[in-house]
Design a protein around this ligand. Structure first.
Ligand code: C5P
Length: 220
């Protein structure tokens, strides 16, 4: 088996999570959801009442925080200092807070080290915003997944509506605000690496995207 680092970046709702998980299964690789790590920091900050602008306290929080992604039969679990916080990190509040803390240097520095550590063994699919640009500039193959704004909002809405009392308008508004934050920040903004393969998933289902990716991976 080839030992590769595969990166998948792109905006919210482009289908990265479903595709990354399926691709990792096809390859027999680990799947690393780096958004969950940012969500974990956001959750811990909110739990301790730390403002997303307080770099000093964020730095201390990260120094004392041990985040782990573990596999279970129900998928990936996020463990923070020994506590499973998986079910607490997908609320609309933590989603927006993750975007805010992800713009801060102490948080990005901390997670940069952790992500590179996780990549040491290779054989992994890393999903995020800056995987191909900053964390793994030498990744073996990089993908950047896009889809139309309407499609992305609808996908996110379908994911959320069972859990939250959301309208499609509110979902689209949050998504647009988050993408603007993520794309316009100074540190590691969301963008495609110059050498990334760009895939538009607007008219493709997850299996279609995975097949397109496999065709590229076979050439590596
Ligand atoms: O992918 P997900 O929606 O779970 O990511 C939550 C937030 O974490 C994103 O909006 C982004 O601000 C941040 N993030 C990041 N860099 C990554 C992954 C996520 O800044 N590599």
């Amino acid at each position: 088996m080839k030992k590769l680092i595969v990166t998948i970046d792109g905006p919210a709702g482009a289908g990265k999570t479903t595709v990354s998980r399926k691709l990792a299964d096809r390859l027999g690789y680990r799947y690393i959801d780096t958004g969950a790590l940012y969500r974990g920091v956001a959750y811990e900050a909110s739990h301790l009442g730390i403002s997303s602008e307080d770099d000093e306290r964020l730095k201390r929080l990260c120094r004392d925080l041990k985040l782990n992604l573990t596999r279970s039969k129900d998928g990936l679990r996020l463990i923070a200092n020994g506590v499973d916080i998986t079910s607490r990190i997908r609320t609309p509040e933590i989603t927006m807070l993750a975007s805010a803390v992800s713009a801060r240097a102490p948080v990005r520095d901390y997670l940069l080290g952790l992500q590179r550590e996780l990549g040491k063994e290779k054989c992994a699919v890393f999903e995020g915003r800056d995987m191909g640009t900053v964390v793994f500039p030498d990744a073996d193959i990089k993908f950047f997944l896009i889809a139309s704004q309407k499609t992305r909002a609808l996908r996110r809405y379908n994911e959320l509506k069972l859990k939250e009392n959301m309208t499609i308008e509110k979902v689209e508004e949050d998504l647009t605000r988050r993408d603007a934050n993520d794309s316009n920040r100074d540190l590691a903004p969301l963008k495609a690496a110059a050498d990334a393969v760009i895939i538009d998933s607007t008219d493709l289902n997850a299996d279609g995207v995975v097949s397109a990716m496999m065709a590229h991976i076979e050439d590596v």
